[in-house]
Design a protein around this ligand. Structure first.
Ligand SMILES: Cc1cc2nc3c(=O)[nH]c(=O)nc-3n(C[C@H](O)[C@H](O)[C@H](O)COP(=O)(O)O)c2cc1C
Length: 353
């Protein structure tokens, strides 16, 4: 059996293989509700054999959406349809996960295929929130510096979203701390210029994330797994660094976070990213080794052989794929063939094996 198709056990959860559908915004919701698109999109990738299927960023509050079309989990009414999705994913032998997110200063944008720009002079626009009133792009409307009361409310929003995630049947919760969204904005000295207990020192900048982790852990206990996606570097001088990530992940390990999903960038327009195959794998490797915590590698991993070598070299425990899964929802079924593994196909598709 290859490394890619060997099961992975974290606490009480067994993943049948190491392949994860990485969170991918679908911009296909109305008022935050999941619908048939999400069922078919996520369901197809479970049919395709992924070990873990994670939803796109689900906003914990309406103002935490990137766009008006984002998935959300800010009200109890959102739970029912999500439950239908988790049930289907589990029936395929896959584990359902959800990414909980607040977009911070990158909220109030139009969806990718409607321009992907900050909403200006639009009835759909809303006031964005951030650690400091520094816009991501100079042309973006100014975000509002969050008051302490707004920070506390945001933590409560994550807590309630975690409860709804359990009610909806998710077995993995991933907190989105990457890509320049709210939590990442607090972590990075480039976007956090606060002078209170949520800004300034490293300890203060990580406080929001730790408080969100704390309330989430209290809700989910040991039965649901907690992942955190981070941007392991800002790719900017004077920004958040890999050394910061190692310090942070050592603390996250000590508070029983189960896995770090290692992405990078997204918080500064000055970032210089050497994009190419496997370009973020070294971050996963470093964090896994230095912090003794399970990690996921992500970023231009497109072949079974690449995924297998990352696992063989102990650079990650899970392999997150995004765009490859859009091209090929049956990636795992084909990857097994490529690696010489005989895995079960859905009964309905067995004649095509
Ligand atoms: C259409 C699309 C939507 C995405 N939405 C999210 C998201 O909701 N949350 C997130 O953390 N990353 C998101 N990402 C980033 C992916 O999860 C992944 O980290 C990135 O695409 C690199 O992986 P890849 O090279 O396999 O595509 C998105 C990527 C794509 C292509």
């Amino acid at each position: 059996m290859s490394h890619l198709f060997s099961p992975f056990i974290l606490k009480h959860t067994t993943f049948k293989n190491r392949i994860v559908v990485s969170p991918m915004c679908q911009y296909s919701s109305v008022d935050g509700f999941a619908n048939d698109w999400h069922l078919v999109h996520l369901g197809t990738r479970a049919v395709g054999g992924a070990g873990l299927v994670i939803t796109e960023a689900a906003a914990v509050s309406p103002e935490g959406r990137i766009t008006p079309d984002d998935l959300g989990i800010w009200k109890d009414e959102h739970v029912d349809f999500l439950k239908r999705i988790t049930t289907f994913i589990e029936l395929q032998g896959s584990v359902p996960g959800i990414q909980l997110a607040h977009a911070g200063r990158k909220a109030s944008h139009s969806s990718a295929w409607k321009g992907g720009k900050a909403l200006v002079n639009s009835a759909e626009a809303w006031q964005t929130l951030a650690p400091s009133n520094i816009p991501y792009a100079p042309t973006d409307p100014l975000p509002k510096e969050m008051t302490i009361a707004e920070i506390k409310q945001c933590i409560i929003d994550f807590e309630k979203a975690a409860q709804r995630s359990i009610d909806a049947g998710f077995k993995v919760i991933e907190i989105h701390g990457a890509h320049g969204y709210l939590i990442n904005e607090f972590l990075s000295p480039l976007s956090n210029k606060r002078t209170d207990e949520y800004g300034g020192s490293f300890e203060n900048r990580i406080r929001l994330l730790l408080e969100i982790v704390d309330v989430t852990k209290k809700i989910i206990g040991n039965n649901i797994l907690l992942f955190v996606r981070i941007s392991a570097t800002d790719w900017v001088d004077g920004g958040w660094t890999l050394e910061d990530s190692i310090k942070l992940c050592t603390i996250l390990k000590s508070v029983s976070v189960d896995l770090i999903d290692c992405s990078t960038g997204g918080n500064s327009r000055n970032q210089q990213i050497p994009v190419g195959p496997l370009y973020q794998v070294s971050f996963s490797e470093k964090i896994k080794k230095e912090c003794s915590i399970a990690t996921g590698a992500v970023g231009i991993i497109t072949t079974a052989e690449q995924a297998e070598s990352i696992l063989k070299n102990e650079q990650a425990d899970l392999i997150f794929l995004a765009r490859e899964f859009l091209r090929n929802p049956y990636f795992p079924l084909n990857a097994a063939k490529a690696l010489g593994d005989d895995i079960a196909w859905p009964n309905q598709y067995d004649r095509a094996k």
